[in-house]
Design a protein around this ligand. Structure first.
Ligand code: ADP
Length: 541
């Protein structure tokens, strides 16, 4: 017997309609690549999104088509989020930090039909345009005054001209909620990037879950600043959850340094923000150097790579900002788990509570997890036994875009992460399987070793990698970037591990680098370090 309730499809356009109707006066503030600040309301944004949907029709981009973007976090990019998906077209957010060859490969693989780009990427797009065979229209996200006098891009269009020529009346189409809504490629640190094609249904369900109190905890009184780019896994869902909850949105454009972010946090009264650890290190360093305090910030979401305990303590203890250490990946939309305490943790001492918060947390309803050994047997939730982390749920990938075979194993998605799960269901990521250090047949968690090093006052960044060892197969080598104006020796760092990890986990050696290699989503490139130090002679070898 079926239930008797309405079966309204879960569509992204409904978020926009809700935001316009119920939070029409709420503000969206953007630092533009043009250099100034732009402000308008959800109501004005919705009207412009309708014009844009009409413009897509004029450009002959229809349902099932793909519209690509190369843009920072700004209001025009947000309009594309809603107009493109709302019209039944797929929004493909390209990562401008990728190499031009990779961008050309991805755009070709996706068969993008139109490209909307920020003017700061004009030289890149001009260089790429001849290689983008599937793209029939190029649109600069600018007004007439900011258009280039001439460009090698054939028939370059002006975004504001397109909108001005259209009506702001448009009926959002109603279609199957499983229709594709947006597309994001993984960074492809191993092999070619892979496309993850989200649906309206997966996006809305993810937004409901990510807005929950034990997740991003968003409400209409919040002011949200996504530092995480709109081209990195849909800015972790914040463009959707902000409209779902009626929160004010602050979009930082291209200026993501500590000083620019701090100013924007203070000027706009930001209460919640999200980003990767490298960004927060820049902000914390700036604030420390200048003796600055937050006036409004309440919560910070940290993910994408492990949040070092020293960073957690800096936010929580020095700045009284609540840290949500979250875990997810492109293939999981991304939000799966966050490190929010349970009632049972209420009596914990400060340091013990921080130890729980340093984990990657427990899953929100909708995501199912387990860990398995190399033979695929499920492991115990004892908080000690590391295994392959597997996930499943309605916003987890089933198949990569245009791929024939599914990566699923018994219906579970293998994340490629190594983790323990404790009795309370808290995940602790010890490594990525490709970063694991296997010494004498046992795994050494490189993230733990990095976290210890990050607790040293002279360490700006630390990576722990495996180097070949004649007796143990592999042993850990610690790679360190020192903080400017500080000094610390190899021996001091090795001694720093005493009592903090099991003795045999202590790195065998330390090397210093001037700058850590950083990838296009702000994470350390350990693969590059492994390559560089492949022949490093360990003193223990
Ligand atoms: P990529 O880095 O491959 O572009 P994602 O941005 O999707 O892909 O990153 C997902 C990966 O990032 C996870 O599989 C995990 O290894 C790592 N990651 C994400 N959040 C955390 C976290 N809080 N702690 C440790 N690792 C994390």
């Amino acid at each position: 017997m079926l239930g008797n309730m309405m079966s309204q499809p879960l569509l992204i356009s409904s978020l926009l309609q809700h935001a316009e109707r119920h939070h029409g006066d709420q503000e969206i503030v953007s630092r533009r690549v043009e250099g100034d600040t732009h402000r308008y309301t959800f109501r004005e944004m919705a009207a412009r999104a309708r014009r844009l949907a009409n413009a897509l029709r004029t450009l002959d981009i229809g349902p099932g088509g793909i519209a690509a973007t190369l843009a920072w976090n700004g209001y025009r990019h947000l309009e594309l989020y809603y107009a493109v998906s709302g019209a039944g077209v797929v929004l493909h957010t390209l990562n401008p930090r990728l190499h031009a060859d990779q961008l050309a490969w991805i755009a070709d693989h996706a068969r993008d039909e139109v490209l909307f780009f920020d003017m700061s990427f004009l030289p890149l797009v001009e260089a790429l345009a001849p290689r983008l065979a599937s793209i029939k229209a190029f649109v600069a996200l600018a007004d007439r005054d900011h258009m280039p006098a001439s460009s090698s891009i054939p028939g370059l269009l002006c975004y504001e001209d397109l909108l001005a020529a259209e009506d702001d009346r448009y009926e959002w189409p109603v279609f199957d909620e499983n229709t594709a809504s947006s597309l994001c490629y993984t960074s492809g640190t191993t092999g070619n990037p892979k496309g993850v094609l989200y649906s309206h249904r997966s996006t809305i369900l993810h937004a409901y879950a990510a807005a929950l109190p034990d997740a991003h905890n968003l409400g209409a009184r919040d002011v949200v600043l996504p530092v995480v780019p709109l081209f990195h896994v849909n800015a972790w869902g914040l463009p959707y959850t902000s409209l779902l909850s009626g929160a004010k949105l602050v979009l930082p454009g291209a200026a993501l340094d500590g000083k620019s972010l701090y100013e924007l946090f203070e000027e706009e009264g930001v209460t919640f923000t999200c980003g990767v650890p490298t960004v927060w290190q820049g902000l914390l360093d700036h604030m420390k150097a200048q003796g600055l305090r937050f006036s409004y910030l309440q919560r910070v979401g940290i993910g994408g790579s492990a949040c070092p305990p020293a960073m957690l303590a800096a936010f929580e203890d020095e700045h009284e900002v609540d840290v949500l250490h979250g875990w997810g990946m492109t293939e999981t939309s991304p939000f799966c788990a966050g490190s929010v305490l349970k009632a049972a943790h209420a009596g914990l001492e400060h340091d013990a509570a921080l130890t729980v918060k340093a984990k990657q947390g427990r899953v929100v309803f909708g995501v199912d997890i387990r860990t398995t050994d190399d033979e695929g047997r499920e492991l115990a939730w004892d908080g000690r036994t590391p295994g392959h982390l597997m996930v499943r749920g309605p916003w987890v990938l089933e198949r990569y875009f245009r791929a024939d075979v599914s990566p699923l194993q018994d219906g579970w998605f293998p994340t490629g992460d190594i983790a323990t799960i404790d009795v309370d269901g808290y995940i602790r990521i010890t490594d990525r399987s490709k970063d694991v250090i296997k010494s004498g047949g046992e795994w050494i968690g490189s993230i733990d070793l990095e976290n210890v090093a990050m607790g040293h006052p002279a360490v700006a960044m630390a990576a722990c990698i495996a180097v070949p060892h004649p007796k143990w197969d592999e042993r850990p080598l610690l790679v360190v970037q020192r903080k400017e104006g500080t000094d610390v020796s190899r021996d001091e760092l090795i001694d720093f591990y005493a009592g903090k990890v099991t003795r045999w986990w202590t790195p065998d050696d330390v090397v210093f680098v001037d700058a850590m290699p950083i990838g296009n989503t702000g994470k350390m490139l350990k693969s590059e370090l492994r390559e560089r130090f492949r022949d490093h002679q360990l003193p223990t070898a």
